[in-house]
Structure formats: C-alpha cells, structure tokens
Write a protein that binds this ligand. Structure first.
Ligand code: AMP
Length: 331
C-alpha cells in the first residue's frame, strides 16, 4: 500500500510545488551532480548535504554524485562521512550544483560550485543573495533539513532510505537545538514523525551526536570559572589563543559550551568568543531565548537566525560595543 503523506507536510510549502518539480527535472537531466553547503559546517549543513547525496544515489544509482567542502573537526567522521577530495578535472564535464543551507555565495564551502551549468539553492536563512537558477528559501523552517525533507517527502514516487532519513533527522535536531527554538512547528514534528516511521535509530543518533569524552569536562570547568554576565543578561566567555591551547581546542569548538547558559531565567543572550589564529579574527557564536541576535550578527561580519547566529570581531576592542548592542536588544 502506498504511504499517504502526512497532512501537515502536504499543507506546508505549497508555494514551492512548481519549484520542487523543476528541481526533480534538473536532477533527472544531469548525469553529474555536485552537492554543496556552507563553510564551517554544522549538523544542518552536513545533514542536508549528505541527505541530498544519499537520496540521489538511492533513486538514481547510475548518476555520479559528489560532495565536497572542508571536514569538521569532530562531526566528521563521528556523525557524517568525511568529505570527498575531488580533482578539478571532474568539474569540466557538464554538471548540476545543488547548494544547501547557504545564504550567500561567498560562504559556499567549495567555490567550484559556480562551474555548473545550472545551480539550485535550498535554504532557510534570510535571503542575502540570489545565486541559483532555482531558489527555494523558507526562513520559517527550523532547519534546511526540514525544508529538504518536505521536498523529498513530496517526491512520493521515490524512496527515502533509512540513511537519508537519519541525515535529515540530525540536521533538524542540530539546528533546532533539540526541538527547542521558536521556529519548531507542527511541521517540524510531522517531519520527525515520518522520519521515525522510516526506521531511524533515534537513540543511536543522539548517542552519535552528543556523547563526549571526559576531557570536555575541563572545558566546562574553565567556562564556569571564566564567564561574564552583563547587567541585562548577556552571558559570554572569551577564549584567547593560550586558553584554546591549554584546553586543546580548535577555535570552532569554542561554542561547544554555550548550552550551559540556555536555561537560566536571568540570561537572555549568550555568546562564545574564540580567537582564530589562522584568520586573525575572533569567532563569535550568539544564542538567545527570543531576541533577534541576527540583527547584531549582521553588523559584525556575520548573520544567521533569530536565536542562533555567528559573527566576527577584528579585535577585542570591539567587544564592549558588541555587548552593548546585544544589551540594546533586551531593552
Ligand atoms: P554558529 O554560531 O557558527 O553555530 O552559527 C549559528 C548559525 O548562524 C548557523 O546557522 C550558521 O549557518 C549561521 N551563520 C554563522 N555565521 C554566519 C555568517 N557569517 N553569515 C550568515 N550566517 C551565519
């Protein structure tokens, strides 16, 4: 018996119906397809990149599908396979680029995406720049993986394997902070339900995503004795080069203790600031319990979402202004 699509999934995204069909036609048309996502990938970026790849491979086994971009310090290979190393010669054949979870072209992790005959963009960040022939952007989705799942469920003549479903689930759980953010909706849970129906191992996925080794306790200990809180409730910690070295952390891991602040009544915005020696900037990760940190992130070379954004500081001289701007959000 054919599965009936959940009504909450069927009723959402009707405005994308014709674009979905265009995407399907483009996938069918090309023998060579490259799937991309943003730099500094997170669960959502990697999850939807690999879900797209795995869905195409399952349904069109004769096609050549590649996925590139930098590996992640801990997520690959723990939760996702390592990225492919693809020679420039591959990009000389006509191919289709599918770019997921990336609002602006500069942030696409492999700039060879632009050598494609045609480009598709699928994203849930606020629209910064148009770079695709077909663009599907829905900022009300908790994750790009949720939007991608909506599209794949509607391609009901095709199969979604357990592997694809697991990648989609990781994408959604990661970007919604375990279904915690305000953009989590009936649709998010409808998608999660359908993914469970496909047989994903939810407990196994959580173990893969969240188990840590004991060394992370040292980092927790450090954060608990070095954090600051501003008058109105902006909590933050600053990891200098020597702190990262002592704790054996890469700058991209600086945000991994942010969760410590996500449930206090008097903390409304929380941030990690870590020095990135390679780029000579401070990486900032911003989270909030409701205030739109995205507006401040875009003032400091960044962007993102209402409750989770990223930014950069050229030096710590900018820190007092950043905190003041975040405090203004809490007036
Ligand atoms: P992070 O703090 O790095 O985990 O980023 C939080 C969210 O903001 C993620 O969805 C990122 O994709 C997004 N983000 C981070 N930096 C930028 C940027 N420079 N431009 C647009 N979005 C960003």
């Amino acid at each position: 018996m054919k599965n009936v699509l959940d009504k909450d999934i069927f009723d959402r995204c009707n405005e994308f119906k014709s674009k979905y069909q265009k995407v399907l036609k483009m996938i069918e048309k090309y023998d060579h397809i490259a799937v991309f996502r943003h730099v500094k990938p997170d669960y959502d970026a990697l999850g939807c990149q690999l879900a797209m790849v795995s869905w195409i491979k399952d349904n069109f086994p004769q096609k050549e599908v590649i996925y590139t971009g930098e590996d992640h310090i801990t997520l690959t290979p723990r939760c996702f396979p390592e990225m492919m190393k693809v020679d420039d010669s591959w990009f000389r054949e006509p191919f289709l680029s599918i770019v997921l979870d990336t609002s602006n072209a500069d942030r696409i992790a492999d700039q060879r995406y632009k050598l494609a005959k045609e480009i598709i963009k699928i994203d849930h960040h606020p629209q910064v720049e148009k770079y695709g022939k077909v663009e599907i952007v829905d900022t009300t989705m908790s994750a790009a993986g949720e939007l991608l799942a909506n599209m794949l469920f509607r391609f009901d003549a095709f199969k979604i394997s357990k592997t694809t479903a697991s990648y989609l689930y990781k994408a959604i759980v990661g970007d919604s902070n375990r279904f915690l953010y305000s953009d989590v909706s009936v649709h998010t849970f409808a998608v999660a339900k359908e993914l469970l129906h496909l047989g994903i191992d939810m407990v196994g996925i959580y173990k893969e995503m969240y188990s840590e080794d004991l060394s992370s306790l040292e980092f927790t200990k450090w954060v608990l004795s070095h954090y600051h809180i501003s008058k109105k409730g902006v909590a933050y910690y600053v990891l200098e080069k020597e702190d990262l070295a002592k704790l054996k952390l890469k700058p991209e891991q600086g945000k991994e203790c942010l969760y410590l602040f996500d449930h206090f009544d008097d903390v409304h915005i929380w941030a990690s600031i870590s020095y990135d020696e390679e780029k000579n900037v401070y990486r900032v990760s911003l989270r909030s319990d409701g205030a739109s940190v995205e507006s401040v992130a875009s003032k400091y070379m960044g962007g993102g979402h209402t409750q989770a954004s990223g930014a950069k500081l050229k030096s710590l001289d900018e820190l007092p202004n950043l905190i003041a701007d975040l405090e203004k959000l809490l007036d």
